[in-house]
Ligand binder design. Structure first.
Ligand SMILES: Cc1ncc(COP(=O)(O)O)c(C=O)c1O
Length: 368
């Protein structure tokens, strides 16, 4: 009889919603505000605390506003696109499914005729081609291909257009250059292991200037409206949400942000993510049938790591590993090339990534 392999203590490797922080337990969530108005003194205080904790954990400079908005990362990004685009030409970058979604919306819904810079799964478009007199839409970390932009050096400091970064699987994992980012969006469900449902919208000063100087020629539903009488609705960035948020999701985010602080804040979360990605990379390096989908090491995601598998069906492997409670949700995204996608964000424990290696061998043997 073969000795049974030790399983990862937590088989949660999904790329969203991602693993809860280690030690998370719903009983620890502060429940005083549940069943109360989000506009009560306590409600506003908790929303403000959540915003302040995000600011601290992201090391967001005072130049940038941060607010909680409806409809997860998609809601936050759409809100930014619909309320700010149209003032100047648009460039949209796509190298995987989510970036492609923003291209579709810019072209087909907003009818902006964007210049599109595309690359296949596993690659980045040539970032030097970007014309910074235009507004630029891009995904910092392509969750479905495991390809990220290496840094912010390619973003012009003297840009005339605005940079719009969908940063949902990048925040809390990389040190983002906020001076190069005019708009950023994310959801708590990724690196923080929080809940979906709400988005977070970050606006730099030039984005605010755009909002206050440009009125798009299109109807804007109430949940997209960021200005009133030509002025930014400042309340959104101090906890006066546009509509009713889930205070349970907010309290959960507060818990995860306080956990993040105990881990050392951004530095701590980046170190945990980097250690996880390195542990997975060591597994990949040791196997000739396993490889990264991202071709260039500097552009490899450290959060949503996408792998190719030779000689076996990765979907069948993922199913088998799920059945054995070894790894949940590790098949590649439905529109991406077949493969495995293993989340390495900060809420995953490195020992659990390490424990996956022999199980990947086992599943590969079973599925050959
Ligand atoms: C890069 C990227 N953009 C957008 C989304 C959509 O996020 P949400 O479902 O939180 O709106 C995801 C979710 O996986 C993502 O990875």
């Amino acid at each position: 009889m073969l000795k049974p392999l030790p399983r990862p203590a937590r088989p949660h490797f999904s790329s969203g919603p991602c693993a809860k922080p280690p030690g998370w337990n719903p009983d620890q969530i502060d429940r005083r505000v549940l069943g109360r108005s989000h506009r009560s003194g306590l409600g506003k205080e908790r929303l403000r605390l959540c915003i302040e904790l995000m600011r601290q954990n992201l090391r967001l400079p005072a130049t940038h506003r941060i607010g909680i908005v409806p409809a997860s990362d998609t809601g936050a990004f759409e809100m930014a696109m619909w309320s700010m685009l149209g003032a100047r030409p648009v460039t949209a970058l796509a190298w995987e499914s989510f970036g492609e979604g923003w291209v579709t919306d810019a072209a087909r819904q907003l009818k902006l005729e964007p210049t599109v810079l595309r690359a296949d799964y596993g690659q980045l478009p040539d970032l030097r081609q970007v014309d910074w007199s235009t507004d630029v839409l891009f995904t910092w970390n392509g969750t479905t291909s495991g390809v990220r932009v290496p840094d912010g050096d390619w973003i012009a400091a003297d840009r005339e257009g605005l940079s719009f970064a969908d940063a949902t699987s990048a925040v809390f994992a990389y040190d983002l250059p906020w001076d190069k980012i005019d708009v950023a969006t994310f959801s708590w469900q990724k690196v923080l292991g929080g809940e979906g449902g709400h988005g977070v919208l970050i606006l730099g000063p030039r984005a605010v200037e755009r909002l206050e100087s440009f009125t798009p020629d299109r109807p804007l539903p109430k949940i997209f409206r960021l200005t009133k009488g030509g002025k930014l609705i400042e309340g959104i960035f101090s906890g006066e949400t546009i509509n009713t948020p889930s205070m349970l999701a907010v309290e959960d985010a507060i818990w995860t942000l306080e956990w993040s602080q105990r881990m050392g804040g951004l530095e701590g979360l980046m170190a945990r993510t980097a250690a996880n990605a390195a542990a997975l990379d060591a597994i990949v390096e040791a196997r000739d049938w396993l490889d990264h989908l991202a071709q260039v090491p500097e552009t490899r995601s450290k959060t949503s790591v996408c792998l190719t598998v030779a000689g076996a069906d990765p979907k069948a492997m993922a199913k088998l590993l799920e059945e054995k409670d070894v790894a949940y949700d590790i098949a590649s995204y439905r529109d991406a090339p077949p493969g495995l996608r293993i989340w390495c964000g900060a809420t995953v424990e490195t020992a659990d990534i390490e424990a996956l290696g022999p199980w990947l061998d086992w599943a590969w043997e079973q599925c050959r």
